[in-house]
Design a binder for this molecule. Structure first.
Ligand code: SF4
Length: 239
């Protein structure tokens, strides 16, 4: 694993396509790409598609996604001809949660919110990543305070031996849009309605000018609380 860290350290940290090429060459069938059809993920999907069409791409369908996300996913399917692997939560866990706590328990406390994210995202993610040695994400440093410290390649705290690859760490939002426009990449139309970060419909709102990119996620929670869903936390913080 150290070898890939060294290889990536010698690359231009802004050259996302070059980083992806190195990672795909190194990991072959053992690298997967996660996307929620947000801007960064779409840029990476376009780059990955140009490099190697065999890379496995998956997305988590929480059951609460906005219609616009499905429309975007369908555009991606038609444009690139790829079969995105949709991963769903365990139906028995969702049924129990709804039966015991109702449809909006996540609004009642951070603990309840993490419980819902745990059932609808974190557990399905673990299944999607089973057997993978590396996964590609669209995370960037400028998305929020929580993400200032992320690196291009980092050990996955949940699974020893697995790494997370974040090729867009140093990209800005405006650079993503430049790429999307230059390459006619399909994008989620909620961006045209003031959304800056897009997750479940019931947990995402549009943002105001100057707000953090992730301010529209779980907006009812206090600002000092983590604006993450557990997908990118350590095991202890995640759920
Ligand atoms: S974002 Fe909201 S609805 Fe989606 S899994 Fe998390 S708490 Fe549940």
């Amino acid at each position: 694993m150290n070898e890939i860290f060294t290889r990536i350290q010698h690359l231009d940290p802004h050259d996302a396509a070059g980083i992806l090429r190195e990672v795909i060459n190194y990991y072959g069938d053992h690298v997967v790409m996660a996307t929620s059809f947000q801007l960064g993920g779409l840029v990476l999907l376009d780059m990955v598609h140009r490099l190697d069409k065999r890379v496995r791409v998956f997305s988590l369908d929480t059951g609460r996604l906005p219609e616009e996300t499905y429309q975007c996913a369908e555009q991606v399917r038609l444009r690139y001809g790829i079969s995105v692997e949709w991963v769903f939560p365990r139906h028995d866990a969702v049924e129990t949660l709804i039966r015991e706590k109702g449809m909006y328990s996540f609004r009642e406390s951070v603990g309840n919110r993490k419980e819902c994210c745990g059932i609808r995202k974190v557990e399905p993610l673990a299944r999607a990543l089973a057997g993978a040695e590396a996964w590609i994400t669209g995370r960037r440093m400028d998305q929020s305070e929580n993400r200032r410290e992320i690196n291009i390649i980092e050990n996955d705290p949940v699974q020893p031996g697995r790494v997370k690859i974040n090729p867009l760490v140093q990209w800005s939002k405006s650079e993503l849009w430049e790429y999307v426009n230059a390459h006619h990449v399909p994008y989620n139309k909620l961006y045209d309605k003031g959304f800056l970060s897009i997750g479940c419909e019931c947990c995402t709102r549009p943002c105001q000018e100057g707000e953090d990119e992730r301010a529209g996620r779980w907006w009812w929670e206090a600002p000092e609380e983590h604006k993450e869903c557990g997908l990118h936390f350590t095991r202890g913080e995640g759920i």
